[in-house]
Design a protein around this ligand. Structure first.
Ligand SMILES: [Zn+2]
Length: 140
């Protein structure tokens, strides 16, 4: 684990990349990052690891009434994606109609606008996932 990196930089990094932690003792990978490996506990040796944003849909739900700020996106799909590297990510599935999503579907990460707060407010970006396309390069 890298010590001493400024906290804001680490946060920025994790916004533009999908970072988890890997336990050097047992090789388990976790996302979001945690401070201790539940298997190794005190023996945990965790290090930051950049995850490959590819995986498959483990389960999903279609959201038809959205919280404030997300109205224009309804209906949308929220899913738990199991990454090829093991960790599970709760994420929105984009570029996919609600009746097209299915459990086990291969997905890949894309960097997208998450929400806008008002007309002149900040725009937030982050990872979302979309159906994997063999014919196109990863969009991130
Ligand atoms: Zn461990």
């Amino acid at each position: 684990m890298t010590m001493g990196a400024p906290r804001f930089w680490r946060k920025t990094q994790s916004r533009y990349n999908l970072y988890g932690v890997k336990c050097k003792s047992c090789n388990a990978t976790y996302f979001p990052p945690r401070k201790i490996c539940p298997s190794c506990r005190r023996a945990s040796k965790l290090e930051d690891v950049k995850l490959t944003p590819k995986g498959e849909v483990l389960t999903y739900t279609v959201i038809r009434s959205a919280p404030e700020g997300f109205e224009r996106q309804t209906p949308y799909i929220m899913a738990i994606v199991k990454l090829d590297e093991g960790p599970m990510v709760t994420t929105q599935i984009v570029d996919c109609e609600p009746d097209e999503v299915e459990i086990g579907m291969a997905v890949e990460g894309v960097f997208r606008k998450i929400r806008e707060s008002g007309k002149d407010g900040p725009i937030y970006y982050g990872f979302k996932f979309r159906p994997a396309r063999a014919d196109k390069d990863l969009a991130v």
